[in-house]
Design a protein around this ligand. Structure first.
Ligand code: NAP
Length: 263
């Protein structure tokens, strides 16, 4: 059965995009230094061969486990869902062959006809809410997974609906101090997540980070050398069975864990 997943880059202080990164200042990346900050958040992925190819950046790029992971994320995805803000930026920044190669459902109040791009990406503009977009995405995904691509506004809506099976977070060792916060209106349904995977990604930054989610806690520290920092990609997912009974069992387990931390 297809899963619904999120896959994002996040700053250490929980921002998905730096302050100033809006269409108004799109041509002024020096505004509040948003261009450099975005680069610091995403440079690791933009260096991967697979993504370079997808974005038409030209030949070259890193190969290896991180590149394989990026490829896997794209190949598992049968449909994408995104918000209008993310789409607006992509509309001007993505190459003509948009880097999805699937149907993309854009949540918006704007009424607009579907927009087909070469290479198999068609953007559909959905005006009747996140549940409808998810239903359409599932119908068109051919059994593959559904990616909630962003931004934070849209991800929050799906977290609040309790339909996200997996969160993949690439935590970068940068602090923005403001911007688009991943967590705006956290819902209690997020509490069932468990940490399942963690992978290091080489970055040109020093880092010290700490990830805590659903009763799990991971702490790692990177050396202060130009090549030595790392970010972790942390995947958490909900147990396959959801419902009142499993929710109660889960919260009982979490309470036990919380009690053991306090001892
Ligand atoms: N770090 C990462 O991995 C990552 C990933 C993706 C995006 N981003 C960044 O995130 C930023 C955008 O995020 P965001 O949270 O500001 O915006 P967003 O989620 O991309 O879009 C929000 C907009 O979508 C429309 N919308 C959302 N839900 C709707 C609904 N239920 N019904 C109708 N319309 C709806 C509304 O626009 P209208 O009312 O105008 O239609 C709303 O203002 C960008 O800077 C992008 O680069 C970062």
């Amino acid at each position: 059965m297809s899963k619904v997943f999120v896959n994002i880059g996040l700053s250490l202080d929980g921002y998905m995009a730096p302050e100033g990164m809006t269409m108004e200042y799109w041509d002024r990346p020096e505004y509040k230094d948003w261009g450099a900050k975005w680069g610091a958040l995403m440079s690791w992925i933009l260096k991967q061969q697979y993504l370079r190819e997808l974005l038409k950046f030209g030949p070259g790029g890193e190969t290896g486990p991180v590149n394989d992971m990026v490829r896997y994320t794209m190949e598992r995805t049968g449909a994408n869902i995104m918000g209008k803000r993310m789409f607006e930026q992509g509309e001007v920044a993505w190459p003509e062959e948009a880097p999805f190669h699937t149907p993309v459902y854009v949540l918006t109040h704007e009424k607009r006809e579907p927009w087909a791009r070469p290479g198999g990406t068609t953007f559909y503009f959905v005006n009747d809410g996140p549940e409808s977009a998810l239903e359409q995405a599932k119908e068109s995904a051919g059994g593959r997974d559904i990616r909630i691509s962003g931004g934070a506004d849209v991800i929050q809506q799906y977290l609040n609906l309790g339909v996200i099976d997996e969160l993949e977070i690439a935590l970068a060792p940068v602090v923005f101090g403001g911007g688009d916060a991943f967590s705006r209106t956290y819902a209690s349904r997020c509490s069932g997540f468990e940490l399942t995977r963690c992978m290091k990604v080489r970055l040109l930054h020093t880092c010290a980070m700490c990830v805590s989610k659903g009763g799990q806690h991971v702490s790692q520290h990177g050396p202060a050398t130009a090549e030595g920092g790392f970010a972790a990609r942390v995947a958490v997912r909900l147990p396959p069975t959801l419902g009142v009974m499993s929710a109660i069992e889960r919260s009982a387990r979490l309470r036990e864990k919380e009690a053991s931390w306090q001892r």
